[in-house]
Design a protein around this ligand. Structure first.
Ligand SMILES: NC(=O)c1ccc[n+]([C@@H]2O[C@H](COP(=O)([O-])OP(=O)(O)OC[C@H]3O[C@@H](n4cnc5c(N)ncnc54)[C@H](OP(=O)(O)O)[C@@H]3O)[C@@H](O)[C@H]2O)c1
Length: 292
């Protein structure tokens, strides 16, 4: 039975990865920085970690002295540890890059045999965004290191798209550009299967998206149909959105970076190889039951 350390275990994807590893008989140590998160469910129906992991290691990967023994005795490190929205304390480089470097250094020290890391699909087309730069700086270090690795490159998660239903219920949605760009977002449970497959697989990189491709407009329409409330859609032309992003940068770098991500992905199709079975319609139906 292989032993796996899961970093990012309290996040949307990490919780499903812990669950999938346990379903397949792995021994799992979950790295957790806030123990209060263990017995609570995660965002958008991601499972509670309570009674799921074999061991909980309490530590913060941004502080190497708190995770010194986190990799002891494990054969595989999986990391979906990353900062998807600003916490106004750390930069993307502190988390996506440095915290993962702290884990990699430990993994190398105790001779872990494989490191699986979650970056982003089509990162090379988004290198203007600090979050992507931080991910890819780590990817370069991981590939250059003496450890076998797999980089998982997913499209957007259902946890990001779930907000569409809340917005439809509130009657207001903001759209950047014309909304005709296409993507295949993926459910955490489907992506977790891809991540766990990578442990036994030999692929160096795996690109993964969900089973259905939508335009942004189609996702807004589907959310409206399920909410039974067609929202008012405010469409920002790119020239205006870009101007607002630039102005935001004068006042707050963290908010600027999130807005830059939104305007960048609104310009391009991001369609990865299709995986999984979870349909967006069913997920949106579930989202409708959330308190809004
Ligand atoms: N969400 C998407 O649509 C998407 C798409 C493609 C790729 N990705 C990448 O996939 C990864 C996982 O995404 P996710 O949606 O599962 O993220 P998430 O739900 O926000 O989970 C992030 C994990 O990283 C930990 N973390 C965040 N900031 C930290 C900090 N300062 N110090 C220590 N730990 C910290 C969190 O711990 P706490 O619970 O303690 O905060 C959590 O366990 C990220 O690297 C993201 O960039 C995401």
């Amino acid at each position: 039975m292989k032993k796996v350390l899961v970093a990012g275990s309290t996040g949307y994807l990490g919780r499903y990865v812990v669950q999938e590893l346990k379903n397949r008989g792995y021994w799992v140590r979950a790295l957790v920085r806030n123990p209060e998160k263990i017995n609570k469910p995660g965002p958008y129906f991601a499972p509670s970690l309570e009674h799921l992991a074999d061991e909980y290691f309490i530590g913060d990967a941004t502080k190497p002295e708190t995770i010194a023994a986190a990799c002891d005795g494990v054969e595989v490190v999986f990391s979906s540890l990353g900062m998807i929205k600003p916490d106004f304390v750390h930069s993307n480089f502190d988390v996506d890059y440095q915290a993962n470097m702290n884990l990699l250094n430990l993994a190398l020290k105790v001779k872990v045999s494989k490191f699986i890391y979650v970056s982003v699909f089509d990162a090379h087309r988004m290198m203007n965004i600090p979050n992507i730069q931080a991910h890819e700086k780590f990817v370069r270090e991981l590939k250059a290191s003496k450890i076998e690795s797999t980089i998982i490159r997913p499209t957007g998660y259902y946890s990001e798209i779930g907000q569409f239903v809340a917005r439809a219920l509130r009657g207001f949605t903001l759209m950047v550009g014309d909304g005709y760009q296409r993507s295949n977002p993926i459910h955490g449970a489907d992506l977790a299967k891809v991540c766990v497959d990578a442990i036994e697989g030999t692929a160096k990189e795996v690109e993964a998206g969900g089973p259905e491709v939508f335009t942004y407009c189609e996702m807004v329409d589907l959310a409206a149909e399920i909410a039974q409330n067609p929202p008012f859609v405010l469409s920002l032309p790119f020239w205006l959105a870009d101007g607002l992003v630039a102005v935001t940068g004068i006042f707050n770098r963290d908010v600027h970076d999130v807005a830059l991500f939104a305007t960048t992905v609104s310009r391009i199709d991001t369609i990865a190889p299709l995986y999984g079975t979870h349909r967006l319609r069913d997920f949106f139906m579930q989202c409708k039951t959330l308190p809004h």
